[in-house]
Design a protein around this ligand. Structure first.
Ligand SMILES: Cc1ncc(COP(=O)(O)O)c(C=O)c1O
Length: 417
């Protein structure tokens, strides 16, 4: 079993990537945390939104589980693995603040959200479901496909830019009041495009008053920001553990409030459809059992840091570059500074440069000239952008390299004009 961060000793010398840690800029606690990750030394990795890295103790535990599962196969699977997996689920439920029979493991957030959107059955012909432009592409597609099967309408809204707490709430309130046949809304807690964090609890409360159900896409929020599932107020939530919890790839989870299981159709592959079990709502078949068995190690690592400390660190990494560039006229930072509206992810573009090509080129320039890895994102009403996603292993010195690079890029762009 892995040790928590608190008991770990900083190895000496530190790894290549950690050589960028400037002890004057980072608290020793974070130097110690960063030393638990074997990060590539080829680039400054600021594209940590694709999936998260396992810390070394978690990776070691995963390797041990792979060996055990591979060695013992059905001898373990048929004589104790089921019990062990129930214990893993109970640990995750405690971490999430819900009961164990209200969650089921999935392979990722997509599988969880497909089960929720595709299975949602409190909607029918003549009724409608709503999503926003910032929602994840495959969830938008799932909304269209699922509602077409049920004969329901799909309404798409564009979230205001620049977003504020007030204008986001107003946008949802307006949309809810504009259509009395609305039954379902999809909310993405933290957008993968801009890092915008929605006030989910407040929107969910407005929805509930109007009899509208809410499915929350928490793929990017679990572990990036601090919350328990009951605080969101929603009955249906899809989660990832392989992004910000740092579990092995291939672990997600679905939450359905106990009293709402019947609102989601059983999976077509399930042979216990009437059981009322959440497990019957996602029937995956054989999965990476070693990955699931490693979840307690990932949770232990995260608990060793603490969720408020983790969320504060990710914000501090983000705030450091945003504070320096926010008033730079050559850059548009798309994510608001209101701490209720962001976590670690933030997106930007060079002022007026809204095309996909321009933002692809900007990410390529950051990589080629400054060895900083980011990614361009599309799908916003205002155009494309570049996303910056720090992780717990990034240092303030990494962020300063980014700030420096962007300052140089902006000044070169200005000189070209
Ligand atoms: C907002 C959001 N929802 C859902 C997903 C899907 O996650 P996964 O590919 O792990 O299923 C992602 C992935 O990046 C995401 O950013």
């Amino acid at each position: 079993m892995a040790a928590g961060v608190g008991s770990l000793v900083v190895p000496s010398p530190v790894s290549t990537a950690n050589a960028r840690i400037d002890q004057r800029l980072d608290d020793p606690f974070w130097v110690k945390v960063a030393a638990q990750y074997d990060v590539t030394g080829e680039v400054i990795q600021l594209e940590n939104g694709n999936w998260g890295m396992m810390a070394r103790p978690v990776l070691d535990a995963y390797r041990a589980s792979i060996e055990r599962v591979n060695r013992d196969t059905s001898y373990y699977a048929r004589r104790g693995m089921g019990r062990d997996l129930l214990a893993v689920r109970a640990e995750l439920a405690t971490f999430l603040g819900v009961d164990a029979d209200e969650i089921a493991f999935t392979r990722n957030a997509t599988e969880a959200l497909k089960a929720l959107i595709g299975g949602y059955n409190r909607i029918g012909a003549g009724e409608s479901a709503l999503y926003a432009d910032l929602d994840y592409g495959s969830m938008q597609a799932s909304m269209h496909a699922a509602m077409a099967r049920r004969g329901a309408r799909v309404i798409r809204i564009a979230l205001p830019e620049p977003a504020t707490h007030a204008n986001i709430l107003a946008a949802y309130e307006r949309a809810f009041d504009a259509d009395r046949s609305l039954r379902l809304v999809l909310l993405t807690h933290i957008s993968h495009r801009t890092g915008l964090m929605l006030p989910v609890a407040e929107i969910t409360a407005m929805a509930r008053q109007r009899g509208i159900d809410v499915i929350v896409d928490a793929a990017h929020s679990l572990g990036q920001t601090e919350f328990t599932l009951p605080e969101l107020g929603a009955d249906f939530i899809g989660l990832n553990l392989h992004k910000w919890i740092g579990a092995p790839l291939g672990v997600g989870a679905v939450y359905i409030r106990r009293s709402c299981v019947d609102a989601i159709d059983p999976d077509i592959a399930d042979d216990r459809p009437q059981s009322g079990l959440i497990d019957s709502r996602v029937h995956t078949g054989t999965v990476d059992f070693a990955a699931l068995l490693t979840v307690p190690d990932a949770l232990r690592f995260q608990n060793g840091i603490g969720s408020s400390r983790r969320a504060a660190r990710l914000r501090a990494l983000r705030d450091r570059w945003v504070a320096r560039l926010r008033n730079e006229p050559g850059i548009e930072i798309l994510t608001p500074d209101d701490p209720r509206m962001h976590a670690g992810i933030t997106s930007f573009r060079l002022s007026g440069q809204t095309s996909v090509e321009a933002n692809k080129a900007l990410a390529a320039d950051l990589l080629d000239r400054f060895s900083i890895f980011t990614v361009h994102r599309t799908g916003l009403a205002s155009g494309a952008c570049v996303r910056v996603t720090p992780a717990l292993f990034n240092s303030m010195a990494d962020i300063d390299v980014l700030t420096q690079a962007l300052t140089e890029i902006v000044s070169q762009a200005r000189n070209r004009r």
